[in-house]
Every structure is written in structure tokens, then in C-alpha cells.
Design a protein around this ligand. Structure first.
Ligand code: A3P
Length: 345
């Protein structure tokens, strides 16, 4: 009798325990979902709200599960077939600008459940050897996705490489093109800092920024220096406009992506005709890094690698002023063409 009562008590305790654990797990899952789906205010009331594309709920739910496994190489061919997974050519490309914040933009867009990213820079259109491998090689570099998801890749060299606009046009003349820019002088210093770090790693000496950026014969800005040329955004954009109408480009403010990323991401969601899904929950400021980091869900978050967000060397203020004056007319033209104005000096 006593044994029977004890067994009954144990059974009751087990049922109660299971219920409690189940409720906690349900709440944890629910909090994550609710936070991710909370509505956000429109960032610019002048912009019409696009019709959200119909993304099947299944797609949204699976994104972090199965696709994550596939990326890790854990999904079987059977699962790929069963779930209709495909390797799609990108429907949008981040074409530049180098040091504009291209990695941050790609990673932040990847927070969206309907976006999948090609993790590596593929350099298909700017590298002749890769380009000669053909479009199927390029497709093979793309991640698996559900048919309703969009694939995005980023290769910042595309923006400044002569052959690229025509090559991309031949692949898809209606592709969406994202360009992330920063104040041109800051971008040039960032570009220099990256090269400098590479040299230092190889124990090589390198010139000071001031020496590279100013032509010592003329005392004018050295337009042969690549870091200067890359920052003349309008010159590069004009080449692209021979192939694509301006409506196919979206300009992202790379300086604002650093200080306040959400509004910039919401503009990109609109441009890509995606329902607004990235929320403040997905972005948190990490004081140690000094940058926003990414929160995918209650358990998974990450910051960008340490190579993003280097300390820049101090630059002679008179050289900074000279550069800013040099870029000014090009910037004006860039604003005029793109319809996006920045408070650059
Ligand atoms: P700095 O290293 O000069 O600070 P790219 O990915 O195109 O190479 O751009 C690198 C730049 O992205 C960095 O330049 C950094 O300022 C910027 N950036 C923007 N958002 C960032 C973030 N959340 N974390 C780290 N870097 C970020």
C-alpha cells in the first residue's frame, strides 16, 4: 500500500515537473519570437510602405534551424530535396564601397529571416579568372535558401572595377544594388589603416598617410593614390549608370550604420521589398567593442571581427582640410545624382 502511494506521488511529481519545464521553454521561445516580430515605426513617412512580399511562415521558422545546419554542412541531400532548398543567384549585391561598412551591412541584413548571405566575398565579377569559370560556378558559391528568400553577396571591389557593371547587367539587368558610403576622407583613412596593418603584420615599413595622399611636386591631392580615387564616389557611380537606372541603387549611410543602424536597415528592407523584421532587439551596443553587435535570438549573438573598427592614425589637420575641399565638388554631384544628401564637409 505504502509502496503504491509512493509510486503515485512520484508520478504526480514527474507530471508537474514536466509541465513546469514545458511552460518555461514555451515562454523562452515566445519571448524571442515576439521581440523579433514587434512592430516598428516607419522611418520616413514620405516613403510609401511597400506591399510586403508573401514569405511563407515556414520559411521564416526554418531559417535559423535547417539553414544553419546546412551552412555547417550538417543537412543531407534528402533534406535539401525535401525542403525545396536552392542555390540562387543573388537578387541584390552590396557592390561597395570598400571600408564603407560592407561587412556590417551584410551581417545586419542577414538578421532578416528572408535574407541569406554569401559569407565570403566571391569576387566573381571583378576577377577575370573567376569570371571565366562561368555563372554556374558563381551559383555554386551561393548558400542554400528557400525559393522565397533572397540571396545577397558583397564584394566591395565591384564598385571600382571597370568591367563589373556590364558583367552584372548581363547576369541580371534588374538586380538591386546596394552602395554603402562614409564621409570620403574618413573612408580614405580607414582604407590606409587596413593596408598599414597588413604591412606591419609582415614587418614591412610603410609611408605615412600624408605622404601618400599629397603629391609632393604639386602639393595637391594625389589622385593616383587608390584610397583617394575610391572615395570619389560619383566617378565610379557614373560608370554604373551607363547600365543601370538610378532607381536600382540604394545608398546606405555608413556613418549612421555605425551610430544608429536600425533606421538605415529599415530603409534597405523597404528598398528590397521585404517586410520589416529587423528590430532594435536584434541590435545592441557593445561598449567594449564600441560598436553595435547582432542578436539573432535569446541564445545567439555576435559582434563583428576585431579587424572591423580599427583605430585610425592621427592625420595632419591641414591635410584633412585639403582632402575635404578636394572631395567637396564630387560629393555635391553624388548627392545630386543619388538624391541622398550627407552632412559631409
Ligand atoms: P574602421 O575599421 O575604419 O572603423 P568594411 O566592412 O567595408 O571593410 O568596413 C569596415 C568598417 O565598418 C569599419 O571601419 C567600421 O567603422 C564599420 N562598421 C560599421 N558598423 C560596424 C559594426 N557594427 N562593427 C564593426 N565595424 C563596423
Amino acid at each position: 500500500m505504502l509502496f503504491k502511494q509512493q509510486a503515485l506521488l512520484r508520478q504526480k511529481l514527474f507530471v508537474l515537473g514536466s509541465l513546469a519545464i514545458g511552460s518555461v521553454l514555451y515562454l523562452v521561445a515566445r519571448v524571442g519570437t515576439l521581440d523579433r516580430l514587434q512592430p516598428i515605426c516607419p522611418v520616413d513617412s514620405r516613403l510609401p510602405t511597400p506591399e510586403p512580399e508573401q514569405i511563407p511562415l515556414r520559411t521564416l521558422q526554418f531559417k535559423r534551424g535547417l539553414l544553419h545546419e546546412i551552412r555547417k554542412g550538417n543537412a543531407t541531400k534528402e533534406q535539401i530535396r525535401l525542403h525545396n532548398l536552392v542555390q540562387q543567384l543573388p537578387q541584390a549585391i552590396i557592390i561597395g564601397v570598400r571600408k564603407g561598412g560592407t561587412r556590417a551591412l551584410l551581417e545586419m541584413l542577414n538578421l532578416h529571416p528572408a535574407v541569406v548571405k554569401a559569407s565570403q566575398e566571391i569576387h566573381f565579377f571583378d576577377n577575370d579568372q573567376n569570371y571565366a569559370r562561368g555563372i554556374d560556378w558563381y551559383r555554386g558559391k551561393m548558400p542554400f535558401s528557400f525559393p522565397h528568400q533572397i540571396t545577397i553577396e558583397k564584394s566591395p571591389a565591384y564598385f571600382i572595377t571597370e568591367e563589373v557593371p556590364e558583367r552584372i547587367f548581363k547576369m541580371n539587368s534588374s538586380i538591386k544594388l546596394l552602395i554603402i558610403v562614409r564621409e570620403p576622407t574618413t573612408r580614405a583613412v580607414s582604407d590606409y589603416t587596413q593596408v598599414l596593418e597588413g604591412k606591419e603584420r609582415k614587418n614591412k615599413t610603410y609611408h605615412k598617410f600624408e605622404k601618400l595622399v599629397i603629391d609632393t611636386n604639386t602639393c595637391e591631392v594625389n589622385t593616383k593614390y587608390k584610397a583617394v580615387r575610391t572615395s570619389i564616389y560619383t566617378k565610379h557611380l557614373e560608370r554604373w549608370l551607363k547600365y543601370f537606372p538610378v532607381e536600382q541603387f540604394h545608398i546606405v549611410d555608413g556613418d549612421r550604420l555605425i551610430t544608429d543602424p536600425l533606421p538605415e536597415l529599415q530603409l534597405v528592407e523597404r528598398f528590397l521589398n521585404l517586410p520589416s523584421r529587423i528590430s532594435q532587439y536584434n541590435l545592441y551596443f557593445n561598449a567594449t567593442r564600441g560598436f553595435y553587435c547582432l542578436r539573432f535570438n535569446i541564445v545567439f549573438n555576435k559582434c563583428l571581427a576585431g579587424s572591423k573598427g580599427r583605430t585610425h592614425p592621427e592625420v595632419d589637420p591641414s591635410v584633412v582640410t585639403k582632402l575635404q575641399k578636394f572631395f567637396h565638388p564630387f560629393n555635391q554631384k553624388f548627392y545630386q545624382i543619388t538624391g541622398r544628401t550627407f552632412n559631409w564637409p
